[in-house]
Design a protein around this ligand. Structure first.
Ligand code: FAD
Ligand code: GLY
Length: 368
C-alpha cells in the first residue's frame, strides 16, 4: 500500500508514523511540516472540561483519544528519545463572580449527567489547590483526568518517528488532487494507491478536493500568548480555565494563555486588542502572571467544520481519504484519528467510533 499524505501537521504526521509502522510505504507532501495550527496550539487535552452542550458524539471520540494518549506519547518518546511535554496535570475551571458560578453549576450538572468525573470546589478548596489564583475567585471545579502536551515538541517527536519509520518527505505544496495521485506546485506528480488529505484548514483549498469537502472546512483564527517564568516556579500547576481565557503551565517553565476564536478567513495577524484581552483575563485569574516574561504572541488557524467535529474517512472521491476538520481538538484527537485512518487503509473499514465523523455527512449541504 502506497500512501500519499497531504499535510504534515500533527494529524498528517501521526497518520504517516502509524501507517509506516504497519509496513505501508508513506510519503508526506508539505512545504513546511509542523508550521500550521499545530505549531500554535496550547496542547490542552481536556475532553471533560471543554465539553460543549449537544456535542456528545464528539465527547465520546475525545474521551477515547484521551485514553489512548499516555500510550501514544510513551511509544513516541521511547522510539525517538524525544520529550513531548506530556503531563497528567488536571484542569481547574474558575468562576470569578455570581454569573460565572451559575454557569459553572450548570456545566458541572451537565458533566455529571454524562457520567463524567468532575469535582465542584468552594473558593477556599480551590485556592488550597492552586494558591496562585486570585483571592477573589468565587469557586470552581476540578477535572483531575485532564492532561496536556507541548504540541511543538510533539510535532518534533512525530517528525523524528516518521524519519525512523522511513517515511519520505516531499517539501512541496500540493496544487491538486487527482486521486490516487497529487499534482505538485513544481508540476511533478506523486502517485500512490490512496491519498490522505490532512492539510488542516487548507484542505478545502486544494483543487480536486472540492467534491470531497466543498465549504465544509474553514479557518477559525486563534490568537495565543506565551510567557516564561524567571527564577521561581510558575504561579499555577494545573490547566486553568476561565470564561475569557485558559492558562496552560508547562513543566519547562512556559505558560500559554489562549485563545481567541475568530471568523476572519485566512488572516493570521496578531492584534494588540487580542493580546490585551488575553493578558487581562489571565491576570484577573492569576495575578502573578504579571511577573512573567512575555515571549511570543501568535495566531493560528483551526480547521473548523459546520458541527465542530472532524471529517475522517473515505470521501465521495475514489481513492481520497479525509483526515481534517479537527477544529479545537486536533492535538487531542491525533491518536484516535491516526488509528482510524490506518485501520481504514489496512482493512477498508472505518472503526465504529469514527463512523459518525464521515465526510459524507455534509454531502447534502454541499450539493445545494
Ligand atoms: P495543521 O497543523 O494546520 O497542519 C496542516 C499542514 O498542512 C501544514 O503543515 C501546512 O503546511 C500543510 N498544507 C496546507 N496546504 C497544503 C498543500 N496545499 N499542500 C501540502 N501541504 C499543505 N487542539 C487541542 O487538541 N488542544 C488545544 O489546546 C488546542 N489549542 C489551540 C489553540 C489555538 C490558538 C489554535 C489555533 C488551535 C488549537 N488547537 C488545539 C487545535 C489544533 O491546533 C488543530 O486542530 C490541529 O493542530 C490541526 O492539525 P492539522 O494537522 O489538521 O493541521
Ligand atoms: N482547544 C483550545 C483552542 O482551540 O483554543
Amino acid at each position: 500500500m502506497r500512501v500519499v499524505v497531504v499535510g504534515g501537521g500533527v494529524i498528517g504526521l501521526s497518520i504517516a508514523w502509524r501507517a509506516a509502522s504497519r509496513g505501508m510505504s508513506v510519503t508526506v507532501v508539505d512545504p513546511a511540516p509542523g508550521s500550521g495550527a499545530s505549531a500554535v496550539a496550547a496542547g490542552m487535552l481536556a475532553p471533560v472540561t471543554e465539553v460543549h452542550y449537544g456535542e456528545e458524539a464528539l465527547l465520546e471520540l475525545n474521551l477515547e483519544s484521551s485514553r489512548r494518549y499516555p500510550r501514544f506519547v510513551a511509544e513516541l518518546e521511547e522510539l525517538t528519545g524525544a520529550e513531548t511535554g506530556y503531563r497528567s496535570c488536571g484542569t481547574v475551571t474558575v468562576a470569578r463572580d455570581a454569573d460565572d458560578l451559575a454557569a459553572l453549576d450548570e456545566l458541572v450538572a451537565y458533566q455529571r449527567g454524562l457520567g463524567l468525573d468532575v469535582e465542584r470546589l468552594r473558593s477556599r478548596e480551590l485556592r488550597r489547590l492552586e494558591p496562585g489564583l486570585a483571592p477573589t475567585v468565587r469557586g470552581g471545579a476540578l477535572v483531575a483526568g485532564d492532561h496536556q502536551v507541548d504540541p511543538r515538541r510533539l510535532v518534533a517527536a512525530l517528525l523524528e518517528a516518521c524519519r525512523r519509520a522511513a517515511v519520505r518527505f516531499l517539501p512541496e505544496r500540493v496544487e491538486a488532487v487527482e486521486a490516487p495521485a497529487v499534482i505538485l506546485e513544481s508540476g511533478g506528480t506523486e502517485t500512490g494507491d490512496v491519498v490522505v488529505l490532512a492539510a488542516g484548514c487548507w484542505s478545502g483549498q486544494v483543487a480536486g478536493a472540492a467534491a470531497a469537502f466543498g465549504r465544509s472546512v474553514r479557518p477559525v483564527k486563534g490568537q495565543i500568548v506565551r510567557l516564561r517564568r524567571g527564577a521561581g516556579p510558575l504561579p499555577i500547576e494545573r490547566n486553568v480555565r476561565g470564561v475569557d481565557a485558559y492558562l496552560v503551565p508547562r513543566a519547562g517553565g512556559e505558560l500559554v494563555i489562549g485563545a481567541t476564536v475568530e471568523e476572519r478567513g485566512f488572516d493570521t495577524e496578531v492584534t494588540g486588542g487580542a493580546v490585551h484581552d488575553l493578558l487581562r483575563a489571565a491576570l484577573e485569574l492569576v495575578p502573578d502572571v504579571a511577573e512573567l516574561t512575555l515571549v511570543e504572541a501568535a495566531a493560528g488557524l483551526r480547521p473548523g467544520t459546520p458541527d465542530n467535529a472532524p471529517v475522517v474517512g473515505p470521501t465521495a472521491v475514489d481513492g481520497l481519504v479525509a483526515a481534517t476538520g479537527h477544529y479545537r481538538n486536533g492535538i487531542l484527537l491525533a491518536p484516535v484519528t491516526a488509528d482510524a485512518v490506518v485501520e481504514l487503509l489496512a482493512t477498508g473499514e472505518v472503526p465504529a467510533g469514527m463512523a459518525p465523523f464521515s465526510p459524507r455527512r455534509f454531502d447534502k449541504v454541499l450539493s445545494r
